[in-house]
Design a binder for this molecule. Structure first.
Ligand code: PLP
Length: 408
């Protein structure tokens, strides 16, 4: 039902627009029957993990789709990052953006490597090559840029700088599965790229991740490392850990991959609808994708300028949450403002990162959100903005709205 006046808003006693919570990143799920059949097959074979046929098939399908030589599936994206970092022998300092999911930094710090946070380009939200150049020190061994929201980094500039300065380039491509840079699929750049197949990501394998690379030596090393370093029965030849993907995850990943075109078209349609229905609202814009590239359109990111919209991003978020629209502040407040980094770099100021982190809000999309629901959400955003002063006052005085939500 569309809301017409301020009193219709849940904040002012109206019925919440949705009975059930609408989440950002509700999983995309492909053909259930196909998944169920694969699950039966796995149970029949009693091969649950350790390089089973589904993991191998998942790896082959990914490599094919991206046009990359090697794909090593792993249990999650963070482990995949960690193994790639170790295989590349990064140490000392590694430069990363602060405008990313915390895992990018944690994967480094976990191994005693210092993440050095760099500012972003305010249009693309990606690591700014100019800041990067200044952040490189004699201790820098590599950089891990992130294709934030699936919009590719300035790969050419990053490749040029890292080659010239003699540091390694590893991409955190957790958001960018199925996306391209200048017509070439993400996954082919740098020394290697890392995908996440977490439930909330564009393609999910329940939990999961992968490293892709065109470097055979690096691929072989990572294959050993993700399986404890085993080269044969009773024989270990390398430092390793347990980063293996299991068969059920691979079956889910494969099944979802088979629906990739459908997921893209749903996401794209949703994105376009938000863009059209929010057009003209003051101080608000939807971050655009480059339609000349391959995009997964997985994120609908609203960016707002409070001076024009008349209401803060946080107040809009709280008003939406009262309606059961669980809009999320990705990525607030920036990795450098979270522990253990905040204490280690108390004086670090990243102006663009902080400005953007104050302005963005991710809205629900994916195969579980209907066109009607998007219309209701856009209608409410308009209503909230038109009643900005009243909404801000209400939010500011309602203690039950004080703290939004937990982890991730
Ligand atoms: C999700 C994500 C990760 C971590 O992936 P998991 O599979 O959840 O471990 C890393 N980096 C970014 C940018 C992510 O969004």
């Amino acid at each position: 039902m569309l809301k017409i006046q301020a009193d219709d808003l849940a904040l002012f006693g109206g019925k919440p627009a949705f009975d059930n919570v609408l989440h950002v990143g509700r999983p995309n799920i492909g053909n259930r029957q196909v998944f169920a059949d694969r699950l039966d097959d796995i149970l029949d074979r009693r091969r649950l993990t350790n390089e089973g046929r589904y993991v191998r098939e998942f790896e082959e399908r990914i490599a094919e789709l991206i046009g990359v030589r090697h794909c090593i599936a792993m249990c999650n994206g963070t482990m995949a990052l960690g193994i790639a970092i170790r295989a590349l022998e990064l140490s000392g300092e590694v430069i990363v953006p602060a405008f990313t999911f915390i895992a990018t930094a944690q994967a480094l710090q976990w191994q005693g490597i210092t993440p050095v946070f760099c500012d972003i380009d305010p249009i693309t939200y990606n690591l700014d090559p100019r800041c990067l150049e200044q952040a490189i020190t004699p201790r820098t061994t590599g950089i891990i840029p992130v294709h934030v929201f699936g919009r590719s980094c300035d790969v050419s500039a990053l490749t040029e700088i890292t080659a010239r300065r003699g540091v390694k380039l590893l991409f955190d491509s957790a958001h960018a599965f199925g996306c391209s840079f200048q017509g070439r699929m993400i996954g082919n750049f740098g020394e290697a790229e890392v995908f996440s197949f977490h439930a909330t990501k564009f393609i999910n394998s329940l939990e999961g991740g992968a490293v892709v690379t065109n470097n055979a030596h690096l691929a072989a090393k990572m294959r050993l490392m993700k399986n404890f370093g085993f080269t044969d029965y009773d024989r270990v030849d390398h430092l390793g850990t347990n980063g293996k993907m299991n068969e059920v995850s691979a079956a889910m990943g494969l099944t979802n991959l088979e629906s990739i075109d459908e997921f893209i078209s749903i996401n794209r349609r949703n994105h376009k609808q938000y863009q059209e229905e929010l057009a003209g609202l003051p101080g608000i814009r939807i971050a655009l994708y480059d339609d000349t590239e391959q995009c997964n359109y997985q994120y609908v990111v609203l960016e707002m300028d409070q001076r024009i919209s008349g209401i803060s991003r946080d107040d809009l978020m709280k008003a939406l949450q009262a309606e059961n629209v669980l809009a999320r502040r990705y990525f607030f407040p920036g990795c450098h403002r979270m522990e253990p980094y905040r204490s280690r770099f108390p004086d670090l100021v990243l102006p663009e990162t902080e400005r953007i982190a104050e302005r963005v809000l991710c809205l629900p999309t994916g195969s579980e959100v209907t066109a009607e629901q998007i219309t209701v959400i856009c209608n409410m955003i308009g209503l909230i903005l038109r009643n900005g002063v009243k909404v801000s006052h209400r939010v500011g005085t309602d203690l039950t709205l004080a703290s939004p939500l937990g982890a991730r």
